[in-house]
Design a protein around this ligand. Sequence first.
Ligand code: GNR
Ligand code: NI
Length: 176
Amino acid sequence: MAKLTILEFPDPRLRRKAVAVESVDEKIKTLVDDLLETMYDAPGIGLAATQVDVHMRVLVTDLSEDKSAPLVLINPEILSRDGVEVTEEGCLSVPGVYEKVERAEHITVKALDRDGNSVEMEAHGLLAVCIQHECDHLDGKLFVDYLSELKRQRIRTRLQKARRLDQDQPHKAPAI
Ligand code: GNR
Ligand code: NI
């Protein structure tokens, strides 16, 4: 297993549209395991392959507190959307930014699981939000795209400033 590097807004590689997985082979299973490790380490409740610069339609989520509910969706398709819900969202690719976004409250999803078996499931609440957020990543879309151009520009400037500061004065690695 390997921890992968997460791309950050406004990296243009986050805008690529991921391609469908043709067969769930060992290479894909390794990608799934690396995505889970990277998500748990971050920590986050979801991660799409696009965020680690792999442009294949694979996403993982886990809303549990103890890493006990990993959900792997390969070639996910949202079949239906119902209701409206506003949630304060964050994104590992837009660190430190939290903004309200409107999504469907209830969705049904079809996908392949880690074994390549076809699965169909329903999701509500935060899981539904998370799956929609990750599916957007696979299409090159970010939650900041739902905000105004002014807000997005301010976020871009803020993140670039934070990264410049970090380059000049990097956080010290813990002494082990
Ligand atoms: O860790 C994450 N938290 C989160 C909170 C509200 C709505 C969506 C998310 S997903 C995010 C991890 C991430 O960036 N996934 O792409
Ligand atoms: Ni995200």
